[in-house]
Design a protein. Structure first.
Length: 262
């Protein structure tokens, strides 16, 4: 299974958002898409599951253009954790996670024994076994995020797309969510694509980073290759450097100052 972006162009009316983006996505990696607000990060992510269709170029899934695939076919391979997780209806945790099996069921099809097993496993992996009967609209933002991740896992995807997954979470919940996803990637070979503006989180969890600037790919590589002072200065207008935190054994980003003048 492969996922590849080829010469992708996208416009909203006359406004150019993405201009000739090329990006091969390596199986089993956690890849971060970084860039300032309005650079096209979320637009790129939405093209990766056909929520948007390119103005030019294409997204290829296992050698086929997504333009030629149905949403259901794509959903069997690609799952999404959206930026917001607000659910107004009183579904239980199990109800929500079971929705991840819908791409594999007919219009009136009841869940199979295999569907039930997969849902149970997704609930177990995400630490929700004690909460299966809770209503999601009674849960905290961090708890809901874990449920949405479980729903995505129940799709048994090859690719998991996450749009600002820590945006509305407190610090401890941010670590919980990304530790969970990173562990799943390592244990199952799941490929994860994370859109974020959080330099430190991306440095900590991602194998490879794509930096978007002026609607194009500015650079691609490991955190050490991409998160240089020069790149962070150009793209984010900040004085910053990548440092290795010996206490946790991982990279982080030290921000010194904004380069804006007032």
């Amino acid at each position: 299974m492969t996922l590849e972006v080829r010469s992708l162009k996208y416009t909203y009316g006359k406004y150019l958002v993405l201009d000739g983006v090329d990006l091969p996505i390596v199986d089993g990696e956690v890849i971060g898409i970084l860039g300032p607000n309005g650079c096209g990060k979320t637009t790129l992510l939405k093209n990766l599951n056909k929520n948007l269709e390119p103005t030019g170029g294409c997204v290829m899934l296992d050698g086929e253009s997504m333009a030629d695939l149905s949403k259901k076919e794509i959903a069997r391979e690609v799952a999404v954790v959206p930026q917001t997780n607000e659910i107004r209806f009183a579904f239980t945790v199990r109800d929500i996670v079971a929705m991840g099996r819908m791409p594999f069921q007919g219009m009136m099809g009841a869940p199979s024994g295999e569907d039930e097993r997969i849902v149970d496993e997704a609930i177990r992996r995400t630490g929700l076994s004690k909460h299966v009967d809770r209503h999601i609209n009674t849960m905290s933002g961090g708890e809901r995020q874990r449920v949405i991740i479980a729903r995505a896992i129940a799709q048994t995807p090859k690719y998991l797309l996450m749009d600002e997954p820590t945006l509305h979470l407190d610090i401890s919940m941010q670590f919980d969510a990304l530790n969970l996803v990173h562990k799943l990637s390592r244990e199952t070979g799941l490929t994860v694509v994370i859109v974020s503006h959080d330099l430190g989180m991306v440095a900590r969890y991602c194998d490879r980073i794509v930096m978007i600037h002026d609607h194009k790919v500015h650079c691609v590589g490991t955190p050490e290759e991409v998160l240089t002072p020069e790149n962070m200065r150009t793209v984010f207008n900040v004085d910053a450097e990548l440092v290795f935190d010996e206490k946790i054994g991982k990279n982080t980003v030290m921000l010194h100052d904004s380069l804006n003048e007032y």
